[in-house]
Write a protein that binds this ligand. Structure first.
Ligand code: SAM
Length: 321
């Protein structure tokens, strides 16, 4: 029920930038300012003021009450904490490239997931961060510098134009794809589901949404198929902040139909304890495939989000991590 979902207020999530500090140090810092550290009992609907909790799924994520503004907080200004919604931390966490990996972030700006990858890799290896938008890429450079990342090369180019056979990408084993999407999962954009408009308005807006989703999903499909072409790639994480199956399960289904070399990673390797999974009826009624996909919604106290993780099927390159 969209009305119900839109009435849920999600907490303020804080990702600890482990390139600059630790979870313990950040908790200590908040405690010194009068915050109480409490056990996370799964009910995040009513976090008391001046309370800080640890997230249950992500080791580097802390939870604070919803309306707190941290944009002037010294830890934010110094790049020690990053203000990032929980589900948007899933892709880099699921990708988890080991130290010294070579990684492509295909649609990277403004760079929240890039800096998260960089922290997981502890600033080792190399990340090529592509984006088509010059200004957003500039912001990526500023933000990743502030976060202390030293293993990122920003590339102002379409990922679809990157040559998979270029020698410099020969060791790329991990690709993260977070392409342009409708953004329909972002909480304050769920308003579109509450229809107060006339029938005519509705028809026009339904048609334009349909067209927009078709265009987006065509692009999204291309990005995954392009990622499949990189010779050493063994893990590809695809994500959107959309609730529409056209941008999620349908894109994954199409990609799987086009490849003999990649499969979805097993359920046990993709946040098995996470409750909300893909929608089977949107992926050919394949219950097993649906379980291998991640969805999220305000019911889990985060934005609407989707993640799929492809791994190379056989050969010595299947042996991930
Ligand atoms: N991953 C980013 C983060 O976590 O901060 C957010 C990425 S945003 C959802 C999608 C990005 O894809 C936009 O910055 C857009 O400019 C970029 N984009 C669109 N088409 C692209 C293309 N062909 N190649 C590379 N980037 C593209």
């Amino acid at each position: 029920n969209p009305k119900f979902l839109n009435s849920i207020i999600i907490p303020r999530y804080v990702r600890v930038n482990t390139l600059k500090t630790s979870v313990e140090k950040v908790i200590e810092n908040f405690k010194e300012k009068g915050y109480k550290f409490e056990e996370n009992n799964d009910d995040l609907s009513n976090i008391s003021p001046k309370t800080i909790l640890k997230d249950k799924h992500l080791f580097d994520l802390l939870i604070l009450p919803p309306n707190i503004d941290l944009h002037n907080h010294p830890l934010y200004l110094s790049g020690e904490i990053i203000l990032q919604d929980k589900a948007s931390c899933f892709p880099s966490f699921i990708c988890s490239p080991p130290l010294n990996s070579h990684v492509i972030d295909a649609c990277a700006a403004p760079g929240n997931k890039t800096s998260h990858l960089s922290a997981i890799m502890q600033n080792t290896g190399k990340i090529w961060a592509f984006d088509l938008d010059k200004n957003r890429l500039k912001l990526l450079k500023t933000l990743t510098k502030k976060a202390g990342c030293k293993n990122i090369e920003a590339i102002h180019e379409s990922f679809l134009e990157a040559n998979p056979l270029d020698q410099k990408y020969s060791r790329v084993e991990y690709i993260l794809i977070d392409p342009s999407c409708s953004g329909s999962g972002i909480l304050n954009r769920l308003d579109h589901l509450l229809d107060n408009s006339s029938e005519n308005d509705q028809e026009t807006s339904e048609n334009s949404l349909k067209e927009r989703l078709e265009n987006l999903s065509e692009f999204q499909k291309k990005t995954i198929l392009h990622a499949f072409k990189f010779p050493s790639v063994k893990k590809i994480v695809y994500s959107t902040c959309s609730i529409h199956a056209q941008e999620n399960e349908h894109v994954v289904k199409h990609a799987l139909e086009q490849t003999d070399n990649f499969i979805l990673t097993d359920e046990k390797d993709i946040m098995p304890e996470w409750p909300k999974r893909g929608i089977a009826s949107e992926i050919g009624n394949d219950e097993e495939a649906a379980k291998r996909l991640i969805r999220s919604s305000p019911q889990e106290y985060t934005n609407g989000f989707f993640v799929a993780c492809f791994i190379r099927k056989s050969s010595e390159k299947t042996n991930i991590d």
